[in-house]
Each structure stands twice: as structure tokens, then as C-alpha cells.
Design a protein around this ligand. Structure first.
Ligand code: DHB
Ligand code: MG
Length: 228
């Protein structure tokens, strides 16, 4: 192994991800097969990093979640990590805008053995989230937001609507290579993500923090919050 001081930052981050992946037994056949299938089906490689998938699994398990809401299924990679945290009688509702992604996710979730615990809702989540109550979901123990960034403010409102005291809310992609701090940008997504942060900032129902991340997937970060 090359000395780290001789490596560039990007290679170092990849190597550190690989190190922990190996030592902490993070990836496995099931999750790797999902990544392969997603790639083969032409889905963008924007899934959470494996270490972050396991982090989501651990957080959901630590919170003792029996009901999980995911907004943004993509190919079902984070869905399967989260579903693994559920007890046998747990339920996960996941929302996906694109029909093709939902179909790939359905296959991945079934192959991972979670078809009985996971329900995929297809279509624009800002329109479809309202069906949850009719489907017997009241509140959720754990909520993961990782969909269209422009709708994060609306997803936060829904997350709060579907929360109880103690619900954990996690959101992906709140740093965007640091661009989150650009006040007057009209760059893709950033104004909406900033509005999402401002809503949290002004809401005393919730306690939150943000964690910057680096690694194989570049520089981004997670928002983590809990409803008081
Ligand atoms: C991108 C990354 C994400 O994690 C996501 O949810 C959406 C887009 C991206 O890098 O383009
Ligand atoms: Mg994401």
C-alpha cells in the first residue's frame, strides 16, 4: 500500500472506503447485486455509498423502527439497507417518481427477500404521499428523504405530518460539494435545499444536525433530525 502522504485526496478517500468496507463487512452479495442490476438497467449510480447504507440500517435499528418511510426509492438500494433494520412485522413504504426505477426496485427488493415488508408507491410523491393514511400508515418511526432535491421543502412538511415525538428524519445530499452555503446562487437544487434547511431552522418541533461526508461518492452530507 502506498503511503497516504503520496496519494491524492480522491484516491485516499476511495482506499479508506475500501478499507472499512472490508474490515467492517459492509458490502455483501445482496447489496452488490443490486448495484450491478441498477447499472445494467441504466440507472444513474447515485445510490448512497455502502458505508452510508449501513449507517442508515444502523440508525433505523438503533431507533427501534417498525415503520419506515423512504422518499426516493431509485433502484431500491437504500430501501434494502433500511428494510434489514425492520423486525418481521415491520413495514416500509417507499416512493418513486419513475416507473422504470420502481420496476427495477421491485425486483431488487423481492430478490433480497423483502417483498412482504416493503410497499412501493409510484408517481410524484408530492401527490402520492397522501395515500398513506388510507393504506393504514399513521406515523413513521424513521423517515429517509433522498428524492428530487427541488421538492425537499415539501417532503419535510410531509415528514413532519407523518411523524410522532421521537421520529428520526434523515435526508441525503444536503451539502452538494459545499454549494449549500451559496446564498445567491440559481444553481440547480441549491435554493430548494437552502429553503429546506431554513424550514428546519425555524421549526421548534425538531432538533437537527448535519454531517459532511467524503468518499467514493464525492463530497456531500446528511441531515439528521429527531422530532421533539
Ligand atoms: C445525486 C446524488 C444523490 O445522492 C442523489 O440522491 C441525487 C443526485 C447526484 O450526484 O447527482
Ligand atoms: Mg442521494
Amino acid at each position: 500500500m502506498m503511503e497516504v502522504s503520496r496519494m491524492n485526496k480522491k484516491d485516499t478517500r476511495k482506499a479508506v472506503d475500501a478499507y472499512f468496507d472490508d474490515k467492517l463487512h459492509i458490502s455483501d452479495e445482496t447489496t452488490q447485486a443490486i448495484l450491478h442490476k441498477n447499472e445494467k438497467e441504466g440507472l444513474q449510480s447515485i445510490e448512497v455509498a455502502s458505508a452510508h447504507g449501513k449507517m442508515l440500517y444502523l440508525m433505523a435499528k438503533m431507533s427501534g423502527a417498525k415503520t419506515i418511510l423512504e422518499i426516493g426509492t431509485h433502484g431500491g438500494y437504500s430501501t434494502v439497507w433500511l428494510a434489514r433494520a425492520l423486525p418481521e412485522d415491520g413495514r416500509l413504504a417507499t416512493f418513486e417518481a419513475k416507473q422504470r426505477h420502481a420496476r427495477v426496485a421491485e425486483e431488487n427488493i423481492a430478490a433480497a427477500g423483502f417483498a412482504d415488508r416493503v410497499e412501493i408507491f409510484e408517481g410524484d410523491a408530492t401527490k402520492t404521499l397522501r395515500v398513506l393514511k388510507k393504506r393504514g400508515f399513521e406515523t413513521f418511526d424513521f423517515i429517509f428523504i433522498d428524492a428530487n432535491k427541488d421538492n425537499y421543502p415539501e417532503y419535510l412538511e410531509w415528514a413532519l405530518e407523518l411523524s410522532r415525538s421521537g421520529t428520526v428524519i434523515v435526508a441525503d445530499n444536503v451539502v452538494r460539494k459545499g454549494r449549500i452555503i451559496e446564498e445567491d446562487t440559481d444553481k440547480k437544487n441549491i435554493p430548494h435545499l437552502r429553503k429546506f434547511i431554513d424550514l428546519l431552522s425555524g421549526d421548534d418541533r425538531i432538533e437537527a444536525t448535519a454531517i459532511q461526508t467524503v468518499g467514493d461518492k464525492g463530497y456531500d452530507g446528511f441531515l439528521m433530525a429527531m422530532v421533539k
